[in-house]
Design a protein around this ligand. Structure first.
Ligand SMILES: CC(C)(COP(=O)(O)OP(=O)(O)OC[C@H]1O[C@@H](n2cnc3c(N)ncnc32)[C@H](O)[C@@H]1OP(=O)(O)O)[C@@H](O)C(=O)NCCC(=O)NCCS
Length: 218
């Protein structure tokens, strides 16, 4: 083996990825960003009587919350492989950390599809940031990572998430039942294709080539 010294971001290039579009910046989550995101999430993402997530991670007891958030994302890093990878990016708006936007894939090289998911700290919601970050991320996935389609789903009682999907150009793709709190709720399924994407500001992307190699694109 030849001696070759690499930085952390060279060994795991997701950390060196940066996408800028107008006031939005999406970038890889280093550990300092992860703990800042965990602290933002502790400040609140939704009301006590609401649960927008299929896995209710926001109900983790406060004393375990930060560690569980870190462990989840360390798990994403440790499992990253072409056969199954999640790309979760930190979102900054006008330089301020506001939330997270990600996509989950399985057998991507064969399927060219993935499911998006996102959240914003409560005080940043309802200002158009969620729409802008999803537009930016979907444009990146289509233009730079070779996605053919992108899916998303939202509980029927989550109007903001449903509306963001519609505004970004996703088409309804059926409804299903998902378990929540020992019962079920209607989940609206959505599908986005490149021609239907409602684009936002143009993208400036750095650090994508090593990410493409990491997921087996070349
Ligand atoms: C979902 C989320 C990312 C959307 O981001 P956001 O910045 O709040 O969304 P935007 O401001 O860009 O747009 C929200 C849209 O929903 C609409 N909306 C919000 N609440 C609504 C309500 N109660 N009834 C009807 N429409 C509503 C807004 O009017 C807006 O649409 P418009 O621009 O056509 O008026 C954010 O609200 C969030 O983090 N929610 C909690 C976590 C979550 O639900 N994650 C997704 C899980 S599937």
């Amino acid at each position: 083996m030849t001696a070759e010294h690499r930085t952390l971001a060279e060994a795991y290039p997701v950390l060196g990825l940066r996408i800028v579009a107008g006031p939005i910046e999406l970038s890889g989550m280093d550990d300092d960003t992860l703990i800042a995101l965990a602290n933002l999430a502790v400040g609140g993402i939704h009301g006590e009587d609401e649960m927008p997530f299929a896995a209710p991670w926001t109900r983790t007891p406060p004393e375990r919350f930060q560690l569980q958030y870190l462990q989840h994302h360390w798990g994403v890093r440790s499992r990253f492989a072409p056969a199954a990878w999640d790309l979760d990016l930190a979102v900054r708006y006008e330089g301020e950390l506001v939330g997270s936007q990600g996509v989950m894939t399985r057998d991507f090289l064969a399927t060219r599809t993935g499911e998006t998911g996102s959240w914003l700290g409560r005080r940043f919601q309802g200002r158009g940031i969620g729409t802008l970050m999803r537009q930016t991320f979907c444009a990146f996935l289509f233009d730079h990572l070779g996605f053919d389609e992108i899916t998303s789903s939202a509980f029927a009682d989550n109007p903001a998430s449903n509306q963001v999907s519609r505004k970004v150009g996703y088409r309804p793709n059926g409804v299903g039942r998902k378990a929540r709190d020992d019962t079920w709720v209607t989940s609206n399924e959505y599908l986005l294709t490149p021609d239907a994407l409602v684009r936002g500001p143009g993208l400036s992307v750095t650090g994508v080539e090593p990410v493409r190699r990491l997921i087996g694109l070349e």
